[in-house]
Design a protein around this ligand. Structure first.
Ligand code: COA
Length: 182
């Protein structure tokens, strides 16, 4: 797959991660309240993990199974989070995931990033479907998915085992034709 481009929104730049981002990633992703909403962030966040993760992103991008962007505040050139799509090319669908550093919550940044990623996924990658699960106990993420117009598709009981507990999941999705009809 071609390297991920840079996407611009009103306030954000979405660009590929680079190795120099590792200290910021560790600072932002190392906070428990950030990790607990996600499927994959470890906690505590080990030294060296951010470097490993950024290198893995590139390998997965090369394999065509992932596109991932650093979310950067354009005016300050400050890294504030991550957003990406895990792609199943066979089905032309992708699972979206994202996290933002806690100081940047509730300012509409994630919603802005998700809108840009949906446009990229449908218009540039020609995906048929993009879906996003979120933990039932993480309503802010559900609110983001509602704000961008994704359809609620149901709940999955105790679907994931996260930090030693089974967690309920809410699922949202959007189809290519629904995106085009906007
Ligand atoms: C989920 C997350 C990405 C949202 O990012 P964000 O930039 O704060 O999102 P936005 O500001 O675009 O939108 C958040 C919305 O949730 C709402 N919200 C915040 N806390 C809420 C709560 N406890 N209950 C209900 N709604 C809540 C906000 O009011 C806002 O909605 P509004 O615009 O209608 O007022 C961020 O909280 C985060 O990174 N959390 C940790 C990681 C994570 O959970 N990732 C998601 C994995 S599915």
């Amino acid at each position: 797959m071609a390297p991920s481009p840079t996407l611009n929104t009103d306030r954000l730049l979405l660009r590929p991660f680079r190795s120099g981002d590792a200290p910021d990633v560790q600072d932002l992703a190392g906070v428990y309240d950030v990790a607990r909403g996600t499927l994959i962030l470890p906690h505590p966040y080990p030294d060296g993990e951010a470097e490993r993760w950024i290198a893995d992103l590139q390998r997965e991008a090369d394999a065509g199974t992932l596109v991932n962007f650093a979310i950067v505040l354009r005016e300050e050139n400050r890294l504030i989070g991550s957003i990406g799509l895990d792609i199943a090319a066979t089905h032309r669908h992708a699972r979206m995931s994202y996290w933002l550093g806690q100081p940047y919550w509730n300012r509409g940044y994630c919603t802005e990033a998700v809108r840009a990623l949906l446009a990229y996924g449908f218009r540039q990658l020609h995906l048929h479907r993009i879906y996003a699960p979120h933990f039932l106990n993480n309503p802010a993420s559900g609110r983001v998915l509602q704000k961008v117009g994704m359809a609620y598709e149901g709940g999955l009981r105790e679907h994931y085992l996260r930090f030693g507990r089974y967690v309920d999941v809410e699922l949202y999705g959007l189809l290519e034709n629904e995106f085009d009809q906007r």
